[in-house]
Design a protein around this ligand. Structure first.
Ligand SMILES: Cc1cc2nc3c(=O)[nH]c(=O)nc-3n(C[C@H](O)[C@H](O)[C@H](O)COP(=O)(O)O)c2cc1C
Length: 283
């Protein structure tokens, strides 16, 4: 896949055609999911595609994402071992699956809010040591969903400006695309990533061969907020961070930039509500 093209083509498609997923799409996507068995830090993950078929039109019975999407024809669902990094790793791996679905021409939408969690957990036979933080709906996009996206893309994707997300050495010094050099593109692909309620909590600080990734929590949203506590939602902003790592790494690799993820907190001063996650070290 040409990764930047695929990332720019992806959007949250919330209305699908009534058509079932075609057999070849089901097969290609399912096959791809079986290849994604570990997170970027080595945590085991299992993914599956749940979809209605001509022989089993009831396959999605009881599986619902209330208020989020209309006519989903399938869901990507995953189970990851519960480790300190499982939420970021889930975001990373499932986003890789989302990009594959996008490449196949399918519409997708991440759903971390309200869905029939226990029914999805039954389907994937969730084990005691595993978590299921979010799901992704899949189907053929309607013209209405596509037109909405094109209009939005023309307005600039509704994202925080580059210089507010990426920094040079310290959080005090914004980084311009020019100064980011060859990394401007991987960072731009981070900027275009999906995030829960479009909060875009990722921040990146560049220092020599390191790109340090941080989670800047949105006040009153996410972990500890009334909404998340009442609905018992997982810490979705950590899933967002994993999605950003996926976009960054896939784009860097396409540009033949070599590097790896390392936990090397530079201990620099951080703004309020901001925590270190991981760093990309260029070789
Ligand atoms: C972890 C995560 C959870 C999300 N949960 C929901 C959800 O429950 N319902 C929904 O309609 N959209 C959900 N979204 C989609 C975001 O609202 C969407 O990605 C964001 O608004 C940016 O829009 P875009 O994906 O079209 O670029 C979620 C996205 C992420 C990454």
């Amino acid at each position: 896949m040409n990764i930047t093209k695929v990332i720019k083509a992806r959007y949250s498609c919330r209305e699908y055609k009534q058509n079932l997923l075609q057999a070849h799409h089901r097969m290609l996507l399912s096959q791809w999911l079986t290849t994604l068995t570990n997170g970027p830090f080595g945590t085991p993950i299992r993914l599956m595609l749940l979809a209605s078929t001509p022989d089993d039109q009831q396959a999605l019975e009881g599986l619902a994402a209330y208020g989020s999407v209309k006519n989903p024809q399938g869901f990507i669902v995953g189970a990851i071992e519960n480790t300190p990094t499982s939420l970021e790793e889930y975001g990373y791996v499932v986003e890789h699956a989302v990009l594959k679905a996008t490449e196949l021409g399918l519409g997708t939408c991440w759903i971390g809010g309200i869905f029939t969690r226990s029914r999805f957990a039954q389907k994937i036979k969730l084990r005691e040591n595993e978590v299921l933080p979010a799901i992704v709906s899949v189907g053929y996009e309607t013209d209405y969903a596509r037109d909405n996206f094109i209009r939005r893309a023309a307005r600039g994707y509704a994202r925080v400006p580059f210089e507010h997300l990426f920094f040079d050495g310290t959080f005090e010094t914004p980084l311009s695309p020019d100064k980011a050099g060859i990394y401007a593109q991987p960072l731009e692909m981070v900027r275009l990533a999906p995030s829960a309620s479009n909060k875009q909590p990722w921040r990146v600080v560049h220092h020599s061969q390191f790109w340090h990734f941080y989670l800047q929590r949105t006040k009153g949203y996410g972990k500890g907020s009334l909404l998340f506590t009442m609905l018992r939602l997982p810490d979705l902003q950590r899933v967002d961070l994993g999605i950003a790592l996926c976009h960054f790494e896939l784009t860097a690799r396409e540009l033949h930039i070599h590097g790896a993820w390392k936990h090397v907190d530079p201990q620099i001063a951080t703004p309020e509500n901001t925590e270190y996650i991981v760093s990309w070290q260029e070789f």
